[in-house]
Structure formats: C-alpha cells, structure tokens
Design a protein. Sequence first.
Length: 256
Amino acid sequence: MFCPYFCFLINNWGNHHFFAMGTLNLYSAREVVTINSNYSNLTEEIVIAAKESLVAANATKENIIATQAQVNAAANELAAKIEAIKAAMSHTLNVTEAGWATLCLGFNAEIPTNNGFKAYVVSEVTKGAVTLTQVQGVLPANEAIIVEAPKGEYNFLMSADAATEIAENHLEGTINDECIEGPAYILGIYEGVVGLYNAALDKNATGGAGDTHFISYANKAYLPADAVPAALQGAASFSFRYEGTTSIEEVETENA
C-alpha cells in the first residue's frame, strides 16, 4: 500500500529535516547538533564552576583552620603571660615540720596572720644569740625575714600599699639563686636547736667547686658575717631570742 507519510520522509531526508509526530517542532540536524553542543558546554561550565567553588571552599576552610590555630596560639601565649604575672605577684612559702623558714621577696607583700604565722627580723646580734623582732602588716620588698609557723603553705600576695623600711634588720636575702661570699650564717637545726649556723663554703665566685662562697637559694635569707660584731667573728652559730613587736603598717615609701 502506498504511504504518503513515508514518501514525505524520504523526500525530505535529503534536506535533513525531521518531523516530530504529535508536535509542530521541526529541527534540522545542524540545530540538533548545536543544541547538544550548547548542552555539553553548559554542563562543562557547571562542572568547572563547581570545582572552582570546591577549591575556594577548601581554601576558606584552610584559612579558618589557620586563623583558629593563630587564635589558639595567641590564647596560650596570653595564658602563659597571665601565669607569669601571677607568679611575679605572689609567692607560696612552704614551712616544713621544723616550723621555721626564711624568706625574701621582690615585692611588697601582706604578711599572713593565719595559723599562728609569725615573721621576724634580726634586730641585734649578741654573744651566742640574735634578737628576733616580730614584724606585721606589709613586708617591704627585698626585706629578709625569719618565719616561725606550723607546717603548711602560706601565700604572700603583692600589696598595693606601700610599706615602711625596717630600721634594724641585719638579715640579707636573695630573690634568685645567688653565689654569696662567706662567711655567713643560714637557718638550721642542730641537735634539736634552731638557729643560724655557719654556711658551708663549698663554691667559688662563679658557682664552681671552691671554699669561699655558698649558694643562697631564691627567696631565702641569711646573716652576713659583717653584721656580726668583731668580738663575735668566728662564732659557730647563734640561737634565737625574742624581743618586742615592730609594726610596719606605716606608709612612707613607694611600693617596690
């Protein structure tokens, strides 16, 4: 049977036209290729854009991570500085079972009053003994003291108040470990007797082995030999004798 529609397709095949049944659309082969090409180009552009977005996102993520690392480092550095400031503004004194200690601080500090804590300066050196005079209130910076207290830890906090210098105190102290020339006397106990005893001179001026110096450790006190009267030079030790109470609450000098 003759089919006019089939003839129509054949007759128009050479013109490269296609008729879509049920529609009014008529596309040439060249137009179809163009559409497919445009679709491919569009898809490629979308893929490229997606890749670029992903790269940018990764870069942003890396920047965020790097920034967070910098923030963390800065926070750690700040925390370390705060701890250093705290350490510079306070000191914890550990008193052993012996019940005695020495102390010298580089800042004005309130003397503790809890738990029977007492602080003394050496106001006089006499034959066989040194006189301990109690001090209270704000301890001046670089003032060396002898402490009598029950075993425990005692906190010294920097004071905003100024403190008066103590008129008579033969003790000296060190803020850091220091090689001190002898002779000198340091806190000790011998046969149950607490006192100031000759420091063993086993160092030289540079801290090496020798017989002229000793190490005075950080925040410790000692009695230098030049504080001892000439007639008493060479004494092996000095026991303690109590006398009076000196208040150092007056404000006369700037806070050190």
